[in-house]
Design a protein around this ligand. Structure first.
Ligand code: URA
Length: 311
């Protein structure tokens, strides 16, 4: 087994030397690696930092991802508040803030809220030194509000949502709709990247972390008043609609839900698409986007209608 680990470390070093800054690691692989590392004792060097794409169990269909999700939930619960990368306990999450928006234009309100979020002492406490909280991007005049789970490595470095590989795919989807990042609004449930006990990887946010962050998202939605919300992935939809153990993701994916009276379309997270490139899954997401375009009254060309159809 040690030879395998050495070979893996060697390959990662080679990739790093070639300039690769991201590797895709599934939850299954991470779990296996952790158990191997436990059995082998400490390794000399930490694995390179993974990216938004390891932010993944939440992005899988819940019906498929259940075992992984259960393991993760147990881990979070059994470590109490949990540990950060530096071995310190994760600071407890207080009761959610109350946000009362000031009067003014959408732009003024959004600027106020941005300052409020970026200066929130609780949120700031959870951000690694040199990294950033991630507020949101786009126009407060948007008709479509894309909502994801939370920042990954690239996002907390750049302070902007969806800028890593999953974000680049989201940008392509938005462009395929005939829009741009500037013409929509993109936000997340979480404003900080949930801390991990390792230097790398991502985890699902806890219910307390989600509850604390939700008022900020609600306020963003209150300002934008979009015609449609697109919930990207399970954490986003559970955050917005409230966790419900009875909810079957496959039953609500692609069908209209509502959040505070606003039509909400739930689709796969783009990082799921990165790991599952089946044409049928791409088509499903695209059909969800066609429904969104129709709902907001956008023109849809014949070419657009045919995207990701079998040849
Ligand atoms: N995944 C998310 O859910 N949000 C981001 O901003 C990046 C990746």
């Amino acid at each position: 087994m040690r030879e395998h680990l050495e070979a893996l470390t060697e390959e990662l070093r080679r990739l790093k030397a070639e300039g690769t800054t991201q590797v895709y690691v599934t939850d299954e692989t991470l779990t296996k690696l952790r158990s191997v590392m436990k059995a082998q004792g400490p390794v000399a060097e930490p694995a390179p930092e993974a990216t938004a794409e390891t932010f993944s169990a939440a992005e899988e269909p819940a019906e498929m991802a259940q075992p992984v999700r259960a393991t993760r939930a147990k881990t979070a619960a059994s470590t109490g508040p949990g540990l950060r990368w530096d071995g310190k306990p994760i600071a407890p999450i207080p009761t959610p803030p109350e946000i009362k928006l000031p009067k003014g234009s959408k732009e003024e309100k959004m600027a106020w809220l941005r300052e409020r979020v970026l200066n929130c002492p609780v949120s700031k406490e959870h951000v690694r030194l040199g990294r950033q909280l991630v507020f949101g991007v786009g126009t407060p005049q948007a008709e479509i509000f894309f909502c994801g789970e939370g920042p990954g490595a690239e996002e907390e470095q750049q302070g902007e949502p969806f800028v890593g590989p999953a974000g680049q795919l989201l940008t392509k989807i938005i462009q395929a709709m005939g829009l741009s990042r500037e013409k929509v609004y993109i936000g997340n449930v979480m404003k900080w990247r949930p801390e991990m006990p390792t230097e790398w990887g991502n985890r699902e946010p806890t219910p307390e972390e989600i509850a604390f962050s939700l008022p900020f998202l609600r306020a963003q939605l209150e300002i934008v008043q979009p015609k449609v919300i697109v919930a990207l992935g399970n954490t986003a939809v559970n955050g917005l609609l409230g966790a419900d153990p009875e909810r079957k993701m496959k039953d609500i994916r692609g069908s209209w839900q509502t959040f505070d009276g606003v039509p909400l379309m739930f689709t796969y997270h783009p990082s799921y698409l990165l790991r599952n490139s089946a044409l049928s899954v791409k088509r499903q997401v695209w059909e969800h986007m066609l429904l969104v375009m129709e709902k907001v009254g956008m023109p849809i060309s014949e070419k657009q209608k045919a995207f990701f159809m079998k040849a």
